[in-house]
Write a protein that binds this ligand. Structure first.
Ligand code: CA
Length: 224
């Protein structure tokens, strides 16, 4: 089994690596998101353990980056133990599970085994919303079985919204779905993509509506 640990706390990382390598688990360690991205492109991991507060950004932004690259590796987010808000954000951000710090290595391993038992097909499933069928892995949309072409960023926003249709998707999650962490994001860029997407969807009566949840994010509703 090979794990990727993305964690900037050296002591925790070293202790974990020592404990896991004793059990014969290969564990690669990244201190920063940029290094984690590089490692995940070079290697195939069974599970990724992801801290949230990292020197070069919010750990949760890594999950959409992985999924866009068709990496379906389960992600366990490491959160502050007594913070339900963090756990909710982690799960809503696409994590497969979370673990509060500090944690026991045997609990971590039990959670690793649990996520490995789940089928990976959840991420690959087609999403049907309104008159559209969205393939999030191949980044295609069909409208009543004909291809429906969208500019890339609008497509990525649509997929991020469709994956959680009927629920509010945080601005940070949408931005992470559209931009990689090397890109600079202009403050109103997301709203501009959404407004163009909304118009396009209305023009062809796609059977969905996009709602602005002020200051929080956006929500896609199936109107069919
Ligand atoms: Ca940290």
């Amino acid at each position: 089994m090979r794990l990727l640990l993305v964690e900037d706390e050296k002591e925790l990382a070293n202790a974990l690596m020592a404990a896991l390598s004793k059990q014969g688990i290969v564990i690669d360690h990244a201190m920063r998101l940029a290094d984690a991205g590089e490692l995940s492109r070079q290697n195939t991991y069974d599970v990724i353990l992801l801290d949230r507060r990292l020197p070069d950004g919010e750990g949760l932004t890594f999950i959409p980056t992985l999924r866009r690259a068709a990496v379906l590796t389960p992600v366990i987010v490491l959160t502050a133990r007594n913070d339900p808000k963090e756990r909710i954000e982690g799960l809503d951000g696409g994590a497969d599970d979370y673990l509060g710090k500090p944690f026991r290595v045997d609990e971590l391993m039990a959670r690793v085994r649990a996520v490995l038992r789940r089928p990976a097909s959840v991420v690959e499933a087609l999403i049907v919303v309104g008159r559209m069928t969205i393939d999030p892995l191949n980044l295609t949309v069909t409208m009543d079985k004909s291809p429906f072409d969208l500019p890339r960023r609008e497509l990525l926003v649509l997929i991020a919204l469709a994956k959680r249709q009927g629920k509010t998707v945080l601005r940070s999650v949408l931005e992470a779905a559209v931009y990689n962490y090397e890109e600079e994001i202009k403050s109103n860029a997301l709203d501009a993509h959404i407004s163009r997407l909304r118009k396009r969807l209305a023009d062809c009566s796609a059977g969905v509506s996009v709602h602005n949840i002020r200051g929080v994010g956006y929500l896609l509703k199936d109107e069919v």
